[in-house]
Design a protein around this ligand. Structure first.
Ligand code: IMP
Length: 188
């Protein structure tokens, strides 16, 4: 089957995706491209528009996919949500912890949306979600908000402490699980 292309400028995302695809023996190529991300409230709206732009520009041969993700914190009204990457660059994990210093409700959700362009006629939009909590301080390594997100069901460990086991719990792991089922049903 054809190689699947993943369009992203984020090497951490690619590394996670490569690891997940490798288990299923599907080859994924990294198209290290930055593309204009449209504004939108929902991650799924953003990925769909991005995929349409890339199709229109004829920039990348299908099959390819794009992914957009965000951290939605309940006591902050869903902030930073679709602005997660900007907010991470500006205030980081420490800034989020500061904003939440007096908050009792620590619940949050990570969402990953993927638009998979199978060919010139078919686009699939897929979503993966994980509920969790924001601890009082940073723990573990990882990237982005990994040190301040404890997914439910992982014994209170943060993504940053889970290392590669993060994939079993993560929003991206869940979205990619669905993507792999679609790829296997279309191409195998
Ligand atoms: P975007 O999908 O490129 O718009 O970026 C989303 C932002 O959310 C990233 O830059 C990270 O700051 C954060 N983020 C998304 N997924 C994860 C994750 O799995 N771990 C940590 N931070 C994440």
């Amino acid at each position: 089957m054809a190689d699947i292309r993943f369009v992203t400028s984020n090497e951490h995302k690619f590394e996670e995706i490569r690891r997940m695809f490798k288990k299923r023996k599907i080859n994924v190529l990294w198209i290290r491209a930055r593309y204009e991300e449209p504004r939108g409230d929902a991650n799924r709206e953003i990925v769909l528009k991005s995929a349409h732009t890339l199709i229109k520009e004829n920039a990348i041969d299908p099959p390819f996919f794009v992914e957009d993700s965000g951290l939605f914190i309940r006591c902050l009204g869903g902030f930073p949500g679709p602005y997660s990457s900007y907010v991470f660059r500006k205030i980081g994990c420490k800034g989020i912890l500061r904003l939440m210093s007096n908050e009792v409700d620590r619940s949050a959700e990570f969402v990953s949306s993927i638009a998979f362009v199978a060919d010139s006629r078919r686009i699939f939009v897929i979503e993966g979600r994980v509920h969790g909590t924001i601890p009082q301080s940073m723990r573990g390594e990882g990237w982005g908000f990994d040190p301040i997100f404890q997914p439910h069901g992982a014994g209170g460990l943060t993504f940053g402490e889970l290392g590669k086991h993060k994939d079993r719990f993560s929003h991206r792991g869940r979205a990619v699980g669905k993507l792999i089922s679609i790829i296997e049903s279309l191409f195998y």
